[in-house]
Ligand binder design. Structure first.
Ligand SMILES: Cc1cc2nc3c(=O)[nH]c(=O)nc-3n(C[C@H](O)[C@H](O)[C@H](O)COP(=O)(O)OP(=O)(O)OC[C@H]3O[C@@H](n4cnc5c(N)ncnc54)[C@H](O)[C@@H]3O)c2cc1C
Length: 340
């Protein structure tokens, strides 16, 4: 049997694709992964998803799954382990079975990189977070710490200064890797105190974060720092390993869609010296035959589309993932009309 649409990923982006393609009569098949649900399964209160003043992340996903199933979406909670996009009909495989489809939408999301400490995992959603845009609001007038040294860490720190009374920025080296302009903003902010050459070795607290155990790299000495929250800003990894050499990815593994390609091209051509492309101009030149602007969510392969955090290296919100999923669903619907 040949499917119309196979969706890979059952987070907010994949579920949005499923909803729209199901209501368009395309009978999508959704592989939600194992464990399913995506990043919202790791958080507690979500207060910025329209229509819900406050809802638990896993509850929001469960409601969304029930919603799409009402429109007949078949959900399989398994991982796709291998794909082949080299033929007109695309093939995806689970460990058990192979499926063919006219079109594919990739919505495999990303994973925040954590320190890997036992108590950090235990206290996720109870003071430990990897998203200041999502959770800074819960830390009004509290003392918090951010770990990291790149642009994301600077941004997370600045976001937190709008809510917290004090923000410690903990970095393992004696200088940041962030851009100068971002560093300057952080260094000038009176709420921020930098702790250089230091790593977090434990997160302390019974039911919520109460303090951090720190280790100075230079002399090995240990100390405790009282904080009410810990924000990790040490990177994200898109879940796209199985798509390498199948669709174009950027250097960090994010899937390049048509919209991103043309945005990067515009940056390369920009006369403004502050505007920098994140993809080398030679690489863009090599890719140029593979993209057109008919469908924003199209990847470099005909009939393969992508949405959500596996594409989006900037905004990374459930709402933006849903929006990208809707765009991809509408793109695929149009594409199928013209290509079936
Ligand atoms: C701690 C934390 C708190 C957050 N809080 C908020 C918040 O309050 N508000 C907000 O708007 N956003 C929040 N976010 C961000 C939000 O969760 C993400 O932006 C959003 O989930 C991205 O959706 P997505 O569908 O693109 O990817 P994901 O949510 O990452 O979902 C990806 C899906 O793909 C599946 N998958 C991966 N690989 C495969 C495969 N090979 N085969 C099949 N399936 C696969 C996964 O199992 C998962 O189902 C938070 C994120 C974190 C980490």
């Amino acid at each position: 049997m040949v499917e119309n649409v196979i969706i890979i990923g059952g987070g907010p982006a994949g579920l949005a694709v499923a909803l729209y393609t199901a209501r368009a009569g395309l009978s999508p098949l959704l592989f939600a992964g194992s464990p399913p649900g995506g990043q919202l399964m790791l958080t507690s209160d979500v207060e910025n998803y329209p229509g819900f003043e406050s809802i638990l992340g896993p509850e929001l996903i469960q409601k969304y799954r029930v919603h799409v199933q009402k429109f007949g979406v078949k959900i399989i909670d398994q991982n796709i382990t291998k794909v082949d996009f080299s033929n007109t009909l695309h093939t995806v495989n689970t460990v058990e079975k192979s499926y063919q489809s006219k079109s594919i939408i990739i919505a495999t999301g990303a994973k925040a990189i954590w320190l890997g400490l036992e108590n950090e995992t235990r206290l996720r959603g109870k003071g430990v977070s990897a998203c200041a845009t999502c959770d800074a609001f819960f830390f009004k007038n509290k003392v918090v710490a951010v770990v990291g040294g790149g642009d994301t860490a600077m941004e997370e720190t600045l976001t937190l200064t709008k809510f917290a009374s004090k923000v410690y920025l903990i970095h393992r080296r004696d200088q940041f890797r962030a851009s100068k302009i971002m560093q300057d903003r952080v260094l000038k902010n009176s709420k921020v105190e930098i702790i250089w050459n230091t790593v977090v070795v434990d997160v302390l607290g019974e039911n919520k974060v109460e303090a951090l155990k720190l280790k100075k790299i230079t002399d090995g000495s240990e100390s405790e720092l009282e904080v009410g929250g810990l924000f990790l800003a040490i990177g994200h990894k898109p879940d796209t390993d199985i798509f390498a050499r199948q669709v174009e990815l950027d250097a960090k593994g994010y899937i390049i869609t048509s919209e991103r390609f043309f945005l990067e091209l515009a940056k390369v051509k920009s006369q403004n010296s502050n505007v920098k492309s994140t993809i080398q101009s030679e690489k863009l030149e090599e890719m140029k035959e593979k993209f057109n602007l008919d469908h924003h969510s199209a990847t470099s392969v005909e009939g393969v589309f992508a949405a959500g955090d596996c594409v989006d290296y900037i905004y990374r919100q459930a709402g933006t993932a849903v929006g990208m999923g809707i765009e991809a669903a509408l793109d695929v619907e149009k594409w199928l009309e013209n290509n079936s």
